[in-house]
Design a protein around this ligand. Sequence first.
Ligand SMILES: *[C@@H]1O[C@H](CO)[C@@H](O)[C@H](O)[C@H]1NC(C)=O
Ligand SMILES: *[C@@H]1O[C@H](CO)[C@@H](O)[C@H](O)[C@H]1NC(C)=O
Ligand SMILES: *[C@@H]1O[C@H](CO)[C@@H](O)[C@H](O)[C@H]1NC(C)=O
Ligand SMILES: *[C@@H]1O[C@H](CO)[C@@H](O)[C@H](O)[C@H]1NC(C)=O
Ligand SMILES: [Zn+2]
Length: 499
Amino acid sequence: MRLLSITLLCLHAVLAFDYQAKRAKIMRDESLMSIGGQIELTDKESNVNNCLMQHKFQEVDYGFSNPQYYNFSRHFFSYRNIIPKSKAYKIIRDMPKGGALHIHDMGILSPDYLLNITYMENLYVCFEKRDIKLLFANKTPEAKCHTTWQLMSEARNNSRNVTKFDAALRSHFSICVNNPDVIYPSIKEVWDAFMGYFKRVAPMMTYRPVWEQYFYDALEKFRKDNVMYVEVRSVLINLYELDGTAYDQLITAKTYQKAIKRFMKANPDFIGAKIIYAPARNVDRVKLGEYLQLAYRIKADMPEYFAGFDLVGQEDLGNPLVEFLPQLREAAKDLNYFFHAGETNWYGTLTDENLIDAVLLGAKRIGHAYALPKHPSIVKEILENDIGLEVNVISNSVLALVHDVRNHPLSLFIAQGLPVVLSSDDPGIWEADPLTDDFYVAFVGVASRLADLRLLKQLALNSLKYSALGVKEKDLAIAKFGRQWDDFVNNFDCSRYDQ
Ligand SMILES: *[C@@H]1O[C@H](CO)[C@@H](O)[C@H](O)[C@H]1NC(C)=O
Ligand SMILES: *[C@@H]1O[C@H](CO)[C@@H](O)[C@H](O)[C@H]1NC(C)=O
Ligand SMILES: *[C@@H]1O[C@H](CO)[C@@H](O)[C@H](O)[C@H]1NC(C)=O
Ligand SMILES: *[C@@H]1O[C@H](CO)[C@@H](O)[C@H](O)[C@H]1NC(C)=O
Ligand SMILES: [Zn+2]
C-alpha cells in the first residue's frame, strides 16, 4: 500500500514535470517564432536591453494594476504630449531605427513648420466660414474665394493679436483636438478632416521654393529622429511660380532628386531616399493609364530614385485594385508595387479584398494590411513571397480603425513573425515624431510585455531588408546601420535616462 502511494506520487511528479516542460517549450517556440526571436544579444546589447526592459515593465505593470490610468487604451491625442516623459521612449528615440518606408510627403512636418511658411512673402489667404485657402502669387489670385483674397502679411498685421491669429492659423495645419471622441465620432469625420488638410495645404506647399526646401527639412527631421532612410509616397502635384507658371509633374519628382542629392552631400552618414509615385485611387481607368505613363517616365528619367507605384486615398471610398486589373497586370512587369491594401474594418468588402489583389499583382510590400488576420491564405502568401507589411499603428488609431492599440493586429503579426516594417504614415498631421512615437507605441502598447530589444533591432533591420534599395545599396545600408547600432550600444549609459 505504502509502496503504491509512493509510486503514484512519483508518477505525479513526473507528469507535473512533463507538463511544465511542455509549457516551457510552447513559450520558447512562440518566442523563437516572433519577430526578433532568433536574434542573440551581445553582452553590450543585453546591457541596453536590461535598462530598456526595466522601464518598459514599469510602464506596462503600472497599467496592468491601474487600468483606469492606462493611456494606450485611449485616443493618441490624450497622451501624445506626455510620451516624451517616458524613459523607454527616450531610449527608443536615441536608438537607430533604420528606415521609414510608409510616409506621405505632405504629412511629414509639423504644423509649426507650416505656420513658418505663412511668414513668407507673396502668400495670399482667403478666410472662409470655417476654412482657409492659401496661394502664393505676385498679384491677387483669381481663384474662387467666398470672401476676399488678402495678403497674409496684411491680414496678420491687421489682426489685433498676432499670437491669437497664428494659433487660429496653426489649427488648420493639424487634426489634433482636445476632444477627439466628440469631434471625430466615426471614420467619416476624421477622414474629412484629414483630407481637408491636404486640400488646404497643397496650394501653399507646391509653390516651387517651398517644396524644394520642405523635403530637405523633412529628411533633416528624420535624421534627428535617428532614421537614416526614407521611401516617400507622393501624389506629385505640379509645382508653380508666383506668376502662375506650372511645371510638369516630372519636375516635382526631379525636385526630390535634387533635395536628396543635396542632403546626402551634407550628411554622408545618411543612407538615402527614394520616391513612390502614389496618386489618388478614386479615378477611372483612363486616368489610371495617365498615372502609369507618368510612372514610366519617372522610372526612365531617374531610375535610382524611383521605387515604384501605389494608389492612395480612403480605401473604402476609392476604387478597388480589381477595377484596374488589366492595366495593373500589364504594368507589373516594369513597376514595383507598394499598394495600400486592407486599411479597413469592413470584412468581406472590395476594400478588404484589395489584400488579395495586392498579393496577386506581385506587390513588394503592402501598406497597412490591417485586415490581414482575416485572410489566412494571404498570410501564407506573404510568408512564402516575403512581402513586407508596412504597419502604422498611430495612423490606424487616429484614423479610427482601432481605439485601444492592444487590439491592433500588429500584435498578431509580431507573434507570427511576419515581415513587418514600422512606419508613421502622416506624423506631422497628428503632431507625432517622424518615427519614434510609432516605435514606442508599438513596443510598449502593442507588442508582448516580454518583447525586448531583439524585436526593435529586427524591425530596424527589416526596414532595410524590405526597402526598395538595390542589392549593393542594401549591403551598404546595412553596413551603415550596423555602425550606427554599434555606436548606440557601445555608448549606452542607462543612468542618462534616470532623471
Ligand atoms: C496618462 O496620461 C496622463 C496625461 O494625459 C498622465 O497624467 C498619466 O500619468 C499617464 N498615465 C500613465 C500610466 O503613464
Ligand atoms: C520657425 O521659424 C523660427 C524663426 O526663423 C525658427 O526659430 C523655428 O525653428 C521655426 N520652426 C520650425 C518648426 O521650423
Ligand atoms: C500694419 O498696420 C498698421 C495699422 O494697423 C499700418 O499703419 C501699417 O502700415 C501696417 N504695416 C504693414 C507692413 O502692412
Ligand atoms: C493674445 O491672444 C493670446 C491667445 O489667445 C492671449 O493669451 C493674449 O493674452 C492676447 N494678448 C493680448 C495683448 O490681448
Ligand atoms: Zn498611407
